[in-house]
Design a protein around this ligand. Sequence first.
Ligand code: GBH
Length: 507
Amino acid sequence: MLLNLKCVLFLAVTYFGLSNTKIINEVKQSIRKFPDGFSFGAATASYQIEGAWNADGKTETIWDHLTHNNPCSVKDCSNGDIAANSYNLFKRDVEMIRELGLDHYRFSLSWTRILPTGFPDKINEAGVQYYNNLINEMIKYNIKPMVTLYHWELPQKLQEMGGWANPHVTDWFADYARVVFEQFGDRVKYWITINEPYQICNAGYGSTTKAPQLNLKGIADYMCAKNLLVAHAKTYHIYNNEFKPKYGGVVGMSMSAQWYEPESEEQVEAANEAMHFGIGQYAHPIFAKEGDFPQIMKEKVSAKSAAQGYYRSRLVEFTEEEVNMIRGSSDFIGLNHYTTYLSYRSNVTLEEKQDSDVTSYQPNSWPGSASEWLKQIPWGLHKLLTYVKHNYDNPMVIITENGFSTLSGLEDDDRISFYREYLNAMLDAIEEGCNVAGYTAWSLMDNFEWLEGYTVRFGLYEVDFTTANRTRTPRKSAFVYKEIVRSRALDPIYEPNTKVMTIDEGH
Ligand code: GBH
């Protein structure tokens, strides 16, 4: 849409000889404002940026374990041992946040930095100090911390006891959360319990594309899903009962929220099924009126399990008490949205380990990025937000991740167009009544991109991973995002001066 506008203007100048003033006026009319009080931020995650993997008492997590024991399952055989070295460079990170003029910064905590045994019997002072230093540095400059308790780094010892497949994990996690609320709750008002359950369970337990690479599809992923939702709900209620009265913060979860579009009008039901097996698996139990896993999931998994010879559904059911505990257990829904797929009905055989009868894909003609899976389809965000409004009773939404990958380099016009187009689509949804309160760019800086290692870059700031001091340099997109945040508006043709990055007054 924004690009079209540019084209129209270009044609207007070329063929109709419109005056400059007229063009400038038309652009001004097309500048869209963000609502008052809208919060802009950027995000990172502990393993992806901190490094210092065994410093000051921190113990091994499942990502340390994976990268050290099976290094070349990461594309460039790299790891997060040093990453962007934010454990030592956090002051520079906060300086970057000030340069961008952000309202909030989303980062995550490393469980074993705080609790080296995984349990609350020993609180590691040095780890707590690190996060206190980071949080205090942010508070000093009026930047709201948005803290994720779990962005994929389970303590390795807890994994050896089954991790998210062991029902006791619900208490392990809730205990950890309580320690965190006690330590940081006075200053942190935005809490995300868990980042992307779909990736944790479906990729980590049902496949090999995330730690712990368990690859038990249709079994371990469902155990994980159930336990994770119970852990989340326990944590929500702990905060709500014991901490919210004095601190008044909010608690939610960040969902992996890709959009599934019907390939044709006949495929609406198929695409809907893909949504239920995707975001619905985790959002429906919390946000839908009736709670629990989506009906279609329960029916399909139960029928396929029976036909496959299992004595009970592979989808571990919730008790009624659990359904009630989980339903409503979030103050907002966090959406991590990147891309869109087309879906159609397909006859999946019982031998294929897939419980939905849908195939999804991305046409080659869709504009791509440096990541195979990431195609730039801004209208998918508009449709996703509309879906969330209709299906989950218009909850408060925070976009907790949205971003684009490139190779290294500072001239990132593709990323700029991605951000502009997606923010524009978000504004369409807001105008139609979607309750979106904040937007968080992924990522503040380049980082360890899981199994992609350092081969693709998501940062507004480039990080030089070849030098010991991990120099951070703003990309062109950083200047453009800064202007969006400063002006609280989307100017489709703003060209930044990328020579000097400064900190504006009041930041
Ligand atoms: C986010 O997940 C993560 O929260 C963040 O840590 C990460 O850095 C960011 O994405 C960028 O990747 O290749 O077909 O297996 C986003 C959701 C969904 C993105 C799965 C990668 C891989 C699809 N992810 N996808 S495939």
